[in-house]
Design a protein around this ligand. Sequence first.
Ligand code: ADP
Ligand code: MG
Length: 417
Amino acid sequence: MARAQLQSFIRSADDNSSRITPSACRHVWNDAQKADSALQDRFYDSTVEKYALQEVEALSLQQMLEFGRAALFDSTKVLASARHVQKELPKRLARRLMDLQFLPYIVVTNPYIKRVYNAYHHAFNTLRQMPEVQTREDNEQLTSVLQRLVDEHAPMLDALAAGFKECKLKPIVGPKLQLDGFLDGMLRSRISRRIMAEQHICLAARRPGFIGIICADLSLPDAVHFAAQRTKQICTETFGAAPDVIISSSGAQAVKMPYIPTHLDYMLFELFKNSMRAVVDSCGSRRHLPAIHVTICPAPNSVTLRISDQGGGIPEDSLEQVFHYGYTTVDDGELSSQGQDEGAVWAQMAERAASPGGPWRMGGLGFGLPLSRLYARYFGGDLRLVSMPGYGVDAYLSIQYLEGRWEESRVEPQADP
Ligand code: ADP
Ligand code: MG
């Protein structure tokens, strides 16, 4: 009875919007509890529900910057930041745990997804059980726990992608599985949790030119050059060749702006991987690979980067699909958790992550474009593709100047950050 109720709730959430509100959760969960006590195991943990229902307190980037600057001179601000992080992260993790709980059974029992769930649950319990930070020593302890959790959670993105990729292949649920909204919510929340944790970790580090994780004067040509070189290396290891990248800026001065370097690097890396793979694929055994051209164009409130390749383009009927999570044209037959337990699957994941040059490193999970667009939009920018089938693709990545413009330009201000 309870399961049927839960399933119909999940189905309607899948049909309408996969973001599940806490009040809807509470309603279904209460009914389910009454009818089926067997569900009261760790998976449907009422502590998680309690935290998930609490209001989250959003801190804008502007506030984070002001806080970061003040923390340079006033150490009590660092302790206040610690308490904010300590209070907010468990609530946000609890919401995501509930989102995961209400996914179809076939998804939550997937070994990759179970691993993600367990990691979130562990982080939730670790953080909520720590005593409130009062002293510098308490803060040092919190910071080292945050650093450990950030490191441990780094492979979760691939695990989430691999898990959903497998679930999409299951014929029973395949057509009904609407994951884009769910994953947007899940990953947007992941971005904010990481910003919050890393910003706090970096407050103490006081790197010159940085306020926490934000680089005050990030040089875009340098960032593009760095990402291009890294991708070229992986592309060469994988396919034996890689196209050159030619960077030009419109305007005389070096383009610099405040931004989070790891975010920009993620987006550029994904775009370069796609372009380089397309160029190598489309050129076959031809020796000369046409270069990828990057143009950096600053405007008063934003900067646009155009990445142009001659990799043959995207067919018109596929262009709409490339921003769906999991859409890929990379044939990655090896990925399978079938018949394996969670430990074995994780070992396989770790091995894949550690093996340089494996074909999947250039793509195959179908998360590169949707997640890059999410990163860009998170701070009010965007990512668009223009394809010329038979010739190549122009990717337009626009990024906004962060300071002071974040709140007004956010795409979904009401979304739980
Ligand atoms: P993945 O790289 O894992 O396949 P992405 O989200 O990065 O996932 O890209 C999805 C798909 O979009 C790719 O598999 C490819 O078919 C297509 N695509 C993206 N960028 C390009 C490009 N520059 N040229 C040709 N096809 C592209
Ligand atoms: Mg890709």
